[in-house]
Design a protein around this ligand. Sequence first.
Ligand code: PLP
Length: 372
Amino acid sequence: LSGMLDVPEVQIECSGTASLIVALTTFKRGSARRQVVIPAYTCPLVALAVLHCGLEPVLCDLRAGHFDLDPAHLASVCSEQTLAIIATHLGGRVAELHTVLAVARHTGAHVIEDAAQALGATWQGRAVGMIGDAGFYSLAVGKGLSLYEGGVLLSRHAQMRQQFRETADQIIPHSFVREARRTLELLGYSVFYRPPLLALVYGWPLRRALRKGRLIEAVGDDFDRSIPLHRVGRWRKQIGQHALQRLSAFQLALRQQALRRIERLVAIPGLTLMHDTVDGQGVWPFLMVLMPTQATRDAALDRLWSTGLGVSRLYIHALGDYPYLATQLKHAQTPNARDFAARMLTFTNSVWLDETGFDQICRTLEQVLAGA
Ligand SMILES: Cc1ncc(COP(=O)(O)O)c(C=O)c1O
């Protein structure tokens, strides 16, 4: 993996969240700063990781109609209290980093690239995660390369890599029980990871959560504050090493499929597709689009969410709107993040979604947008 990313070594942790905790704990030790600026629309685990480290998450709004941090808001929330800024390469798309790097340099903050969903993506030809001071990938299920749960922490600075290793030695315990559980889950995953069984294992709980109106549960955003931290065993690392050999061919197939399907999607009037900037070449675990209004987004989901065609939402809310986070986060106006959460849809880019299924999705979107 380090060869692929062009870094002397990478650090394997038990999740992307654990990788972030190791990085933040390291930064916290060397500084009196206590605030971490995070996107107001991202995985709730990011906010929970910051809280876990005894640090204060500060929400930064997004640029209108995009997942990038809003430059003006970013500049206004950063100060001499800012320990780190987290820039997120959301859904395999590559974030704009020039502004984040400039603001961080100006305020003396670290930049952490959240590349949880972007293993294989590059920015100006370098692996994402290698542009800021630190970066991390997730190896959780559905991420292309998976240990069932896992994470990769990396940094381009040799000294920082050494400090991350020392921090992990101090705060990440061995746990036979947790590792045995993940091993069993990985084995179960390899048994069930085929279309008819997936429909059973994921489809049934999804439909039940949707029927009950439990949207946070439906997308798996229902996290509690306890974050499992333990070392990853040798066997799961070997499974990952083995799977890595197939990764680039797999990602190429996904890229080709995505680029083909995008052509059809962008021809649908009213849809905005999330694409990369000139600096970025992303990966395509799924496709993200914005509908013109929340009403059209919800109408599309009413027809498609429970069909098994892989149409869904990413995170249900902007971070401040999760009931379990609301009391932990300082209130901030983040209207663009709310709007993004209200209008966005994701489509699977799985090679198991055949052309008939994709065509059904496109026709439904066309009907919804035509008001039919
Ligand atoms: C953007 C983002 N950041 C962080 C994480 C946390 O990664 P993990 O689930 O491996 O802890 C995720 C999880 O999907 C994510 O999507």
